[in-house]
Write a protein that binds this ligand. Structure first.
Ligand code: NDP
Ligand code: MG
Length: 379
């Protein structure tokens, strides 16, 4: 065990993953000290968290009438927090493309990024990998499926792996007809059967766009081609994913559906530390565990995302941006649920082939895709 505690920054500390991370860290103050916290606009919760852990840096992206002088304000606070000298682990729990520059800055500065913010690895996988090589930093996934794969691999490389099988709960509409899904309401789409999450990822889980993001995330994290990454529906969310090795052996990681363990493991990998955050595993209580084929034709966002991953270049960034914009419009009640995959498909047709080789080009692709989706629905 290390003698002095490691400094941790939580970007997006007021969200679902951010608050989980803070809870986990509070159980392990012997190992970790929270040095930096950031939020988008939730001043009240951020203030409570600051009073609790007394970080040396506080960032707020959007501030209203009463900016606090001792807090850093504006979008730059994420990168500032990620680069701090007193921080060695950055938990990136921001939602969406807004988290990209902080991830790049952190790995360039040689830090570990415990990454929940999957959108940015999807958007800029090759850039993030190059930045890791440049600065000596590393990305450790917080996403439960990828944490499971990392744990199953236990240090083995992609050459030992035949296939990754990501599990998907199937979301709230797993058993709905295609017609009924297309007209689902916001309230119905936010009712996830096994996980309590932020609004954006809840909608992504309902469209299966989340699983598409995760397939691309797995491709970049573990270096496997898309032919070797599959998805299976597992409604109980107890098996968090499988790894099939070249000799045919299959490993899986199981557990009660909770983000506490993946967050803790991203901090301690490859070590394990004693923790009671997850209820004890009881196979009888968890049973039966069932698996189903994914309904690709009825949830087109998954196929669109995998195709965008295979196309590479800016296509994954366009997929992500079109999805983010369409989800925002859906949550505002301005488009139908079935319009989300329609918007993604149209944006990829129109702009999937644009340049994606630099940070600026990806930023442009992101903006163009968002504008395209708004214009598509005259919003
Ligand atoms: P939430 O919506 O609950 O939280 C998002 C956090 O990011 C909040 O702290 C929010 O601040 C902040 N934020 C939002 N927009 C911006 C912005 N433009 N700039 C800076 N900060 C911003 O989301 P989740 O915690 O559910 O998800 C976070 C990430 O983790 C997503 O990428 C998601 O896909 C991923 N993830 C989530 C899982 C889950 O179980 N929730 C599981 C696996 C991955 P404020 O509160 O002030 O608005
Ligand atoms: Mg996941």
């Amino acid at each position: 065990m290390s003698t002095s505690p490691q400094g941790v920054a939580i970007l997006g500390s007021t969200g679902s993953i951010g608050t989980t991370a803070l809870r986990v860290l509070q159980r392990h103050t012997d190992r970790f000290r929270v040095r930096a916290l950031t939020a988008f606009s939730n001043v009240a919760l951020l203030g409570e968290q600051v009073a609790l852990v007394r970080p040396s840096f506080v960032g707020l992206v959007r501030y209203g009438a009463e900016p606090r002088l001792e807090w850093a304000c504006g979008t730059g606070c994420l990168v500032e927090a990620a680069q701090r000298e007193d921080v060695s682990i950055v938990i990136n729990a921001v939602v969406g493309a807004a988290g990209l520059d902080a991830t790049l800055a952190a790995v360039r500065a040689g830090k570990r990024v415990a990454l929940a913010n999957k959108e940015t690895l999807v958007m800029a996988g090759p850039l993030v990998r190059a930045a890791c090589r440049e600065g000596g930093g590393e990305i450790i996934p917080v996403d439960s499926e990828h944490s499971a794969i990392l744990q199953c691999l236990s240090g083995r490389s992609a050459t030992d792996v035949r296939r990754l099988i990501l599990t998907a709960s199937g979301g709230p509409f797993r058993a709905w007809s295609r017609e009924r899904v297309a007209g689902a309401t916001v309230a119905e789409a936010l009712q996830h059967p096994t996980w309590h999450m932020g609004r954006k990822i809840s909608i992504d889980s309902a469209t299966l766009a989340n699983k598409a993001l995760e397939v691309i995330e797995a491709h970049f994290l573990f270096g496997l081609s898309y032919d070797r990454i599959e998805v299976v529906v597992h409604p109980q969310s107890v098996v968090h994913s499988f790894v099939e090795f070249v000799d045919g052996s299959v490993m899986a990681q199981l557990g009660f559906p909770s983000m506490e363990l993946p967050v803790l493991y991203a901090l301690t990998h490859p070590e394990r530390v004693a923790d009671m955050g997850v209820p004890p595993f009881d196979p009888i209580e968890m049973s039966p565990l069932t698996f189903e084929r994914v309904r690709l034709d009825d949830f087109p966002a998954l196929r669109l995302g995998i195709a965008a991953g295979r196309r590479a270049g800016a296509a994954p960034a366009v997929f992500n941006a079109a999805n983010e914009q369409a989800v925002a419009l859906f949550l505002e009640g301005r488009i139908a649920f079935g319009d989300i995959p329609r918007a993604i498909a149209a944006a990829l047709d129109a702009h999937g082939g644009v340049d994606g080789s630099t940070r600026d080009a990806l930023g442009d692709a992101d903006r163009v895709a968002r504008r395209f989706v708004k214009e598509l629905f005259r919003c």
